[in-house]
Design a protein around this ligand. Structure first.
Ligand code: FRU
Length: 493
């Protein structure tokens, strides 16, 4: 039996050794057709220490990753190479490249350097496709004499013909927008502040996101806050709006969250993705409240699966539809077994039971509540995911009288006051009181997508023997839940 600390998810990236937090520098190489991720890495120890490196991995399918040597390293003890991004400078606006470097391999990283008391933005370039980098000899490229100024996310803005950087003045609650012609000289354009302030702003990013079923797009401004999530600790929120190359204007004041689980932070989108592939991003699947303490052997930390993002008009209440993100995970896996039940009226005492051999599976649950009246007791539909030794279960379910979903993870294996067991989700049903959930369970992490991906909840969990094995659907009430479809696909990679 594998103990909790040794279990590695298969569809989620984990470092071979040491510590991982934020995804950094995500980009797609159009010449070699390969996805690159970098990440905040402490290669020495499985916990966060100031001397952060940019760890590095590549993949052809966003699922199977090959880890490489760290790509950007601190030059002395006490220096941190913090979060940042990568762009492909195909027209050599920076002057870092000569003609021998293929335009698609003119790769520039912009990241935060923290040598002690101050945080500045620096540049480094790679001429070998992103495997090794040379730091720009005239660094920093941006210094405002601040100790909390970080996480540059850079992109090319076609309409205004310039590079755009979003970066945070973390403890002033400001997302700052800068522009540049050469990635070296940066001009301040504007400040943006909205949403839940939390204690500090981190990891901002702007993306132009297509609106489903139209030829239109809107700009989405992503922002991580920590601590300050309504459910505790770290959270990723976003704003929908317009961007003219200088200022971001939100279309409304609603605070939207990318994910409402405990473990989805520091989202970054890939740069240089081809139009047909849309907007793709990856987050860190943890929470600063307990990230450094979760069960670990010689490595700690995982990334969430890659997600595709579009925008659509989503019901936020029975009267109103608002532009919101629609998210779906991207991964490649083989289905080793499918189990499915359709059109079952689930009565008290009934259960639909499936097995999973690999502990890695996806499931779909479509159901309808057959009454909408007041109920005498908590009328629940419960999905239990139980470990192979039968000692722990996740309980995920729906409480019909209040229309709320809950996710309840066991807290006996990893005991920490911040590692809370329950998170909830208030979901707007269809007019016929239908709900749909799609979930991916990968050994010790679950990503849930509600209502075709208009809400998601990502949570890590720990079982004493590591692996989910039994999945059961039950209700404690008669004639209430009609299971239109419940299916499970066991996966392997
Ligand atoms: C977010 C963050 C960033 C910083 C990095 C340091 O999780 O705090 O603001 O650059 O992690 O590892």
């Amino acid at each position: 039996l594998a103990c909790a600390a040794e279990v590695r998810p298969l569809l989620h990236f984990t470092p071979e050794k040491g510590w991982l937090n934020d995804p950094n520098g995500l980009f797609y190489d159009r010449k070699d057709d390969i996805w690159h991720i970098y990440f905040q890495s402490n290669p020495k120890n499985p916990f966060w220490e100031k001397e952060l490196h940019w760890g590095h991995a590549t993949s052809k399918d966003l699922t199977n990753w090959t880890q490489h040597e760290s790509a950007i390293n601190p030059s002395h003890r006490g220096e941190g190479i913090l979060s940042g991004s990568v762009v492909v400078d195909r027209n050599n606006t920076s002057g870092f490249f000569n003609d021998s470097v293929h335009p698609e391999h003119r790769i520039v990283a912009l990241y935060t350097r923290n040598p002690g008391l101050i945080e500045t933005q620096e540049a480094a370039y790679s001429v070998d496709g992103g495997y090794t980098f040379t730091k720009y000899e005239k660094n920093p490229v941006l210094d405002v004499k601040s100790s909390q100024f970080r996480d540059p996310k850079v992109m090319w803005h076609e309409a205004s013909n310039q590079w755009i950087m979003t970066v945070v003045e973390a403890q002033d609650y400001q997302i700052q927008i800068y522009g540049s012609d050469d990635l070296k000289n940066w001009n301040f354009h504007s400040n943006f502040s909205a949403g839940y302030p939390g204690f500090q702003f981190e990891c901002p990013g702007l993306s132009e996101v297509p609106i489903a079923g139209t030829n239109e797009t809107k700009w989405v401004l992503f922002l991580a806050i920590n601590p300050g999530a309504p459910w505790g600790g770290s959270a990723s929120q976003y704003f929908v709006g317009d961007f003219d190359g200088y200022e971001f204007k939100a279309i409304d004041s609603l605070t939207r969250f990318v994910d409402i689980g405990k473990d989805y932070y520091a989202l970054q989108t890939f740069s240089n993705v081809e139009k047909k592939d849309g907007v793709i991003g990856i987050s860190w699947a943890s929470n600063w409240q307990y990230a450094n303490k979760v069960p670990a052997s010689n490595w700690r930390g995982m990334l969430a699966m890659a997600r595709n993002f579009t925008l659509d008009y989503v019901s936020v209440n029975p009267q109103k539809k608002l532009l919101s993100l629609v998210e779906s995970p991207i991964f490649e896996a083989n289905v080793s077994k499918t189990s499915e039940k359709k059109n079952v009226k689930l009565q008290k005492g009934d259960s639909i039971e499936f097995e999973t051999k690999s502990g890695v599976f996806e499931f779909e649950l479509d159901f309808q509540t057959m009454k909408n009246i007041t109920y005498p007791e908590q009328p629940n539909l419960d999905l239990y995911i139980t470990s192979s030794n039968g000692k722990e279960s996740i309980r995920f379910g729906f409480e019909a009288d209040v229309g709320a979903f809950y996710f309840d993870r066991p807290t006996n294996v990893f005991q920490n006051p911040y590692y809370s067991n329950v998170v909830t989700a208030n979901i707007q049903p269809t007019k016929k009181y239908e709900y749909n959930i799609y979930g991916v369970v990968d050994q010790n992490v679950i990503e849930l997508f509600f209502m075709n991906g208009t809400t998601s909840s990502t949570n890590i969990f720990y079982f004493s023997d590591g692996k989910p094995s039994k999945v059961e659907l039950k209700s404690n009430y008669n004639d209430l839940f009609k299971i239109q479809k419940f299916s499970l696909r066991d996966l392997s990679v």
